[in-house]
Ligand binder design. Structure first.
Ligand SMILES: [Zn+2]
Length: 448
C-alpha cells in the first residue's frame, strides 16, 4: 500500500516548488529544466518521450528522487524500488511504495553514477527528469540528462554499425566526431519542449546504455571533446551511407547556396574503384508498374510543389510545373505520359527529372527526385539515391538502376570504413569529406 505524504507535508513542498520556478533572461517563467552546462563536461538533455501517460521508473542500484526546481532530495530508494509519475491537478504526481507527492520537476538519479536507471524496458546513464509536456500539460515528458560522451556511446554504434572489425576504428572515430559536432550544434534546439535533442531520426537515434558497443566506446574516448570547425564556427557535418564513387554538392541536392565545405569530392581508390564499392547499396534496382508509379506520383508531385513553395525565390521554383492546357490543376497529375532525365550533375546524379502527365510537365530537382520516385512495393518513403538511369517500357513499367544510398553530402560511411581499414586516420578521413574543415577541441565559448 502506498502511504501518501500528509497534506501538511505536501503543501509546503508544492509552495516551495512554485517559489523556486526560475525566471529566464527574457522574463519568462521556466517550468522545465535548464540544460545544466558549466564548462566541461557538457550535459545534454535528450527528449526520450513526450505526451506520455503514467510512467514507471526503477534503478539497478540505490537511487534518489529529487525536486529539480529546489535541487532537494525527497526520497532515498533501494534497488528494486519503483516510482511512478503522472500529472494530477496540474502538477507532477510521483508515487513509490514509501510515499508520494506533487511537484513541478521530478529528478531521478542513481546514487552511484555506475548504476543505470530503468525506463521503457531500457537502461539509461545519467539522470531521468520528468516534467509536464509543455504542449499538453496533462501528460509527461521524460528527459535523459546525460553527459555528452555517454550520449555519444548510445548514438555512434547505431549510426555507423555494430561489431565492425577493429581495423575500422578510425572510421568510428570520424563518426564520433561528426555526431559530437552535430549535437553541439543542436543544443537548445528543442528548448520549448524542455530538452535539446530528440532521441530518434529527427536528430540522432539514441538507445541509451543498451545501444553501446566496445569499439565505439574506444573511438569516443580517443576523440574526447573533438569537433569539426569551419573557421571559428561548428561545421554542418552531414553524412550518408554510400556515395557511389563521388559525394554531392549541397546546391545540387537542395535549393541552397553552394558551400565549399559541402562540395562533392571524388571517393575512389587510385585504381578507380569506389571506396564504398563493397557496400550492399553500391548498385541497386527499383521497378514500378506503370499504374503503381501513377499512384505514387498522384501524391508525390503535389508534395513536391508544396516543398518548392517553402523556398520562395529559389531557381528550382521557376519551372516546377508547366500546364498542358489552360486551367490544368498541378495537384491532379492524372495519367503518366513520359518520364525522362533532363539534366545530370557533373558526376552523374540526376539534377532534374522531367515528368509529363495529363495535367502538364513537372520538373523535379536534386534530392527531391528520391521522394517523388518513392518505391511503391516496399513502402519506403524514399528512393535509395538520386544517382540512377531510367528504363521505361511505356504503359507497362519503369526501372531505375542506381548506385549509392543517401543524399551524398559530406562523409560517406562505407567509404570511411574502407579508408580506415586501408590505414587512413580519422583526421585524414574528415579532411577529405569536409574540405577546408578544421578539427579542434570543443571551445566552451561556443556553447549557447
Ligand atoms: Zn563513397
Amino acid at each position: 500500500m502506498r502511504r501518501w505524504l500528509s497534506l501538511a507535508v505536501i503543501l509546503p513542498l508544492v509552495a516551495g516548488c512554485l517559489a523556486a520556478k526560475r525566471v529566464g533572461g527574457d522574463g519568462r517563467r521556466e517550468e522545465f529544466p535548464e540544460r545544466p552546462v558549466a564548462g566541461q563536461p557538457v550535459l545534454l538533455r535528450v527528449g526520450l518521450g513526450e505526451g506520455l501517460p503514467k510512467q514507471r521508473f526503477a534503478c539497478t542500484g540505490p537511487w534518489q528522487l529529487r525536486s529539480g526546481a529546489r535541487d532537494r532530495t525527497l526520497l532515498d530508494l533501494a534497488a528494486g524500488d519503483t516510482v511512478s509519475a503522472t500529472v494530477f491537478a496540474g502538477k507532477l504526481k510521483f508515487a513509490s511504495d514509501l510515499e508520494g507527492g506533487l511537484l513541478d520537476w521530478l529528478v531521478l538519479a542513481p546514487r552511484d553514477p555506475g548504476d543505470l536507471l530503468l525506463w521503457n524496458d531500457r537502461t539509461w546513464r545519467g539522470e531521468l527528469h520528468v516534467i509536464r509536456t509543455p504542449r499538453d500539460s496533462t501528460r509527461v515528458t521524460v528527459v535523459n540528462v546525460v553527459e555528452l560522451e555517454s550520449y555519444l556511446a548510445g548514438v555512434v554504434p547505431g549510426e555507423i554499425g555494430r561489431a565492425l572489425p577493429p581495423d575500422a576504428r578510425a572510421a568510428v572515430e570520424a563518426q564520433a566526431i561528426v555526431a559530437r559536432t552535430y549535437v553541439i550544434g543542436r543544443l537548445e534546439a528543442q528548448r520549448a519542449r524542455g530538452f535539446d535533442v530528440f532521441a530518434d531520426t529527427r536528430d540522432q537515434v539514441y538507445g541509451g546504455a543498451a545501444g553501446e558497443d566496445p569499439l565505439a566506446a574506444a573511438a569516443i574516448a580517443a576523440t574526447g571533446g573533438l569537433v569539426v570547425y569551419r573557421g571559428d564556427e561548428l561545421a554542418d557535418t552531414f553524412f550518408h551511407s554510400t556515395c557511389g564513387g563521388h559525394t554531392a554538392d549541397c546546391a545540387e541536392v537542395w535549393p541552397v547556396a553552394p558551400d565549399p565545405l559541402l562540395r562533392g569530392v571524388e571517393d575512389r581508390r587510385p585504381d578507380g574503384v569506389a571506396w564504398c564499392g563493397e557496400s550492399r547499396y553500391a548498385v541497386w534496382e527499383q521497378t514500378w508498374s506503370w499504374s503503381d508509379l501513377e499512384r505514387v506520383l498522384a501524391a508525390s508531385l503535389p508534395a513536391y510543389l508544396d516543398e518548392l513553395a517553402q523556398h520562395p525565390g529559389s531557381a528550382w521554383q521557376t519551372d516546377g510545373f508547366a500546364p498542358a492546357y489552360a486551367g490544368a490543376d498541378p495537384r491532379r497529375p492524372g495519367s503518366l505520359r513520359r518520364l525522362e532525365i533532363d539534366a545530370r550533375t557533373r558526376e552523374g546524379r540526376v539534377a532534374a527529372l522531367g515528368i509529363t502527365t495529363e495535367a502538364g510537365r513537372y520538373r523535379v530537382r536534386g534530392d527531391e527526385t528520391r521522394r517523388v520516385l518513392r518505391p511503391a512495393a516496399t513502402g519506403a518513403a524514399i528512393l535509395r539515391s538520386a544517382w540512377f538511369d531510367l528504363e521505361t517500357d511505356e504503359g507497362r513499367r519503369v526501372i531505375a538502376r542506381g548506385r549509392g544510398w543517401g543524399h551524398g553530402l559530406g562523409l560517406c560511411q562505407v567509404g570511411a570504413i574502407a579508408r580506415a581499414r586501408a590505414g587512413q586516420t580519422a583526421r585524414a578521413i574528415l579532411a577529405h569529406y569536409y574540405p577546408g574543415s578544421r578539427l579542434a577541441p570543443l571551445d566552451g565559448a561556443a556553447l549557447p
